[in-house]
Design a protein. Structure first.
Length: 269
């Protein structure tokens, strides 16, 4: 299989820079709802950052603003020192959103075709990625022939096709059963080790965040603000047995304690 590792880019600028980000939604009643308020953070090259917080804290809104899918109300977001997201961003959401009438390989090559490339030119990379995410032998299968976990593996391969510098994951495994979710977390860890991608993950799972991340941004309830950023110093590469370690337990307890603090779980709205 071809080497898929992306060379590290030397840059004085962070891959993601968010400054004073706020998002206010209008409502039919005329009373605005503040989803995010004055959020600021950076993500450096090759770093894995997780965003964790109570339901409704605006974490998915934050990721979608970074992705360029939702407009901000105030503040600045820079990707690779440029305003807004571009071709250097890969996206993966909770649902795999695979086209049911296309094979796994045909689904994985879609970002290349949308970008104006010919299917035959991107097919070799697509097949390499399909193998890398554990779907060897399934390139010609259709989504309906795959389990939920296998569909998400295909979606992960698709998100990597254009070799993005930044990968955005919006609760991609929330709908999977616990065992499949563990296996997908392990797969993401292996992909990260192999490709060196910079990754921003939104999750509601403390264990998932601790297992995958270098840093965890803990947010308050609405309006979502940053309550604390926790460094995770567990050794890499990580295997599932680390989840039974004392250090892993200490991190999960620390995060849970932060989320239970007054004003964090429910916010001010």
């Amino acid at each position: 299989m071809a080497d898929l590792v992306t060379p590290t880019t030397t840059s004085a600028s962070p891959v993601v820079s968010v400054r004073g980000l706020s998002k206010v939604y209008g409502t039919r009643t005329g009373s605005p709802v503040t989803a995010l308020e004055n959020v600021s953070f950076d993500i450096t090259e090759g770093e894995f950052v997780a965003i964790l917080g109570p339901s409704g804290c605006g974490k998915s809104t934050l990721l979608r603003i970074v992705a360029g899918l939702v407009d901000k109300t105030d503040g600045d977001v820079h990707i690779n020192a440029s305003a807004g997201a571009g071709a250097d961003v890969g996206l993966m959401f909770q649902k795999p959103v695979l086209l049911p009438w296309k094979t796994v390989e045909q689904n994985v090559v879609l970002p290349g075709i949308v970008a104006g490339r010919k299917a035959r030119d991107v097919a070799p990379r697509a097949r390499d990625l399909i193998d890398m995410v554990g779907l060897e032998g399934f390139a010609g299968k259709y989504p309906g022939e795959l389990s939920g976990g296998m569909q998400q593996r295909a979606a992960l391969a698709r998100s990597l096709l254009q070799d993005p510098r930044l990968l955005l994951l919006d609760e991609p495994f929330g709908a999977l059963d616990a065992m499949t979710r563990d296996q997908m977390n392990l797969e993401v860890e292996r992909v990260r080790q192999r490709t060196g991608k910079t990754i921003l993950l939104v999750t509601h799972s403390i264990a998932e965040a601790v297992f995958l991340a270098d840093r965890i941004i803990v947010m308050t309830g609405r309006p979502g603000t940053i309550h604390e950023i926790v460094d995770i110093t567990l050794d890499r590469p990580r295997e599932l047995d680390v989840t039974g370690s004392a250090a892993f337990g200490a991190y999960t307890n620390q995060i849970r304690s932060l989320l239970d603090q007054p004003g964090v779980a429910h916010g001010t709205v």
